[in-house]
Design a protein around this ligand. Structure first.
Ligand code: SF4
Length: 253
């Protein structure tokens, strides 16, 4: 009975997310599931977006580590009980990352929050629950993707990451990317996107189209924590996620 209730709750939450982003069930329409019965998008005004931009990037740690793919276990082992930056004494747990080590889709957020610091896992709080719904909305499972952050330790009071912290921690992220070798990276929020792309452009300008990032398609989109405060922006994230879903479906295995 509990199982049935849990399933009903999961379905109700999925439906709520689809409704939030402007997708409705239709007996005759077509939507994410294709022709016939399925999810039907409410008509939305078209928003022209630049396509396939390339950001000029300087030589970085990514270039230096790119030639040597390692396992995630080896990278975690090398990170150890890290004291490379001033966040070390403030954390409860290092939040390295979790998910499929060979995922086609990799999410990169900013830094752990309180729940993540407590559990040692990325995106497990309210924002993480919303991220799970977003993943399921493109008919993937959370265990299909790989999720990590720019910083592996929680900044005090969830303040923004500082440059010296990013510089210390970023090489491990690049090694994770090189190890997973995803087809698509989804950068969540301003810091995730700006750090990877080495730009100061706001997330509102970066999101909406794929950006070439070291031979990988990168889609920047709003952070789930931002969506909790601004639910009207869910629609834009849904548009970004549909592009990711369509690219993954059209690319060879
Ligand atoms: S944030 Fe990164 S570099 Fe800093 S202590 Fe944590 S794991 Fe080490």
């Amino acid at each position: 009975m509990d199982g049935k209730k849990g399933l009903a709750r999961d379905i109700a939450e999925r439906l709520e997310f689809y409704r939030d982003v402007g997708v409705e069930w239709s007996a005759r329409g077509s939507g994410p599931r294709g022709a016939g019965e399925g999810w039907k998008e409410r008509p939305q005004p078209a928003a022209p977006r630049p396509v396939g931009r390339v950001f000029p990037q300087t030589e970085s740690m990514f270039d230096r580590v790119a030639a040597t793919a390692e396992t995630l276990e080896a990278i975690r082992s090398d990170l150890g009980d890290c004291t490379r930056c001033k966040l070390a004494p403030l954390r409860k747990n290092i939040v390295f990352g979790s998910g499929n080590p060979h995922a086609a889709l990799m999410f990169v957020g900013e830094a752990p929050g309180a729940d993540e610091d407590e559990q040692g896992l990325p995106f497990v709080g309210r924002a993480g629950q919303l991220l799970t719904k977003i993943i399921e909305a493109i008919e993937m499972k959370r265990e299909d993707v790989y999720i990590c952050n720019i910083l592996k330790c929680r900044p005090p009071g969830n303040r923004n990451p500082e440059l010296d912290e990013i510089a210390s921690c970023q090489p491990f992220l690049f090694r994770q990317i090189q190890s997973v070798r995803p087809k698509v990276i989804c950068a969540l929020g301003t810091f995730g996107a700006q750090t990877l792309l080495q730009t100061r452009e706001p997330i509102s300008k970066l999101r909406g189209s794929f950006i070439e990032f070291r031979g990988v398609k990168l889609m920047a989109t709003f952070h789930p924590a931002y969506l909790l405060r601004n639910p009207n922006e869910k629609r834009k994230v849904w548009e970004d996620m549909q592009k990711i879903r369509d690219y993954l479906r059209s690319s060879p295995p």
